[in-house]
Ligand binder design. Structure first.
Ligand code: ADP
Ligand code: MG
Length: 252
């Protein structure tokens, strides 16, 4: 069953095509790692999927729904901004920089969107937030403020904050790149257990160990296009394309 279906996603900045007709189909429960050199267009592609960028061309379907539009009377209509915020909840995103609200506690950060955007009752949101924090090993940090936490803890809170919206697919953009090396493992472990629990995930990462161990599939991008993709071990151990070989030789 396809959860995310991105077709011909294209983004142009100042006359330069940085994402060039990229297709990506992700099945329910699948973890896809998106690899590629800096400037390949990985972040821009994720931002298009998440509707943080308007696309020049292409379409993104999440669980069969065309993002940015709704069907009415047999026709597709562009949806207003407020409705887009609701539709976007189905695609969560975790960034390199955690972007937690510094003036809110961990709990307040997590329940803000479920209560504010989805209208979830506060008590329910709190119960669910506690369960998710427990899952990533941060139950005791519920009332802490972000700046009292390590980077790895903050990133795990950011993951929980995304999960609290019950997304159908979760996108990660280099979630461990800003962390001190000793904090990378705890975040990757949390992501690995999410993957094993059946979450559908697209992960941009330079952590080849994670890609090899956790990804069902890796997609290698360069110059705004998909160069090669396949089962993780196949692509990582026996890349076919010269650009994939060059990249892997540099990062492994
Ligand atoms: P990656 O995440 O693979 O490193 P990006 O998606 O960040 O690649 O960038 C792809 C290209 O698009 C780069 O050349 C970058 O400079 C350019 N780019 C990204 N965002 C913008 C923007 N907001 N305005 C202009 N150019 C951008
Ligand atoms: Mg990037």
């Amino acid at each position: 069953m396809t959860i995310l279906d991105a077709r011909q996603v294209t983004k142009v900045f100042h006359g330069r095509t940085v994402v060039d007709h990229v297709d990506l189909e992700v099945h329910k429960g699948e973890t896809v790692c998106l690899l590629g050199p800096s400037g390949a267009g990985k972040s821009t592609f994720l931002r298009c999927l998440n509707q943080l960028e308007t696309m020049e061309y292409g379409a993104v379907y999440v669980d069969g729904d065309l993002m940015g539009f709704r069907e009415h009377g047999g026709k597709l209509h562009a949806i207003p901004h407020r409705a887009l915020a609701k539709q976007r909840r189905h695609i969560g995103m975790v960034f390199q920089h955690f972007n937690l609200f510094p003036h809110m506690t961990v709990l307040e950060n997590i329940i803000e969107a479920p209560v504010g955007v989805l209208g979830q009752p506060k008590n329910t949101a709190i119960t669910e937030a506690r369960a998710l924090l427990d899952m990533v090993g941060l139950a005791e940090k519920v009332d802490a403020y972000p700046n009292s936490l390590s980077g790895g803890q903050q990133q795990r809170v950011a993951i929980v904050r995304s999960l609290a919206m019950k997304p159908k697919v979760l996108l990660f953009d280099e979630p461990t790149s800003a962390l001190d090396p000793e904090l990378v493992g705890e975040v990757l472990d949390a992501m690995k257990s999410l993957s094993q629990d059946g979450m559908t995930m697209v992960v941009v990462t330079h952590e080849m160990g994670f890609a090899r161990e956790v990804a069902d599939r890796v997609v290698f991008m360069a110059d705004g296009a998909v160069v090669e993709q396949g089962p993780a071990r196949e692509v990582l151990d026996s890349p076919r394309e010269a650009r994939t070989k060059d990249f892997l030789a540099r990062v492994l």
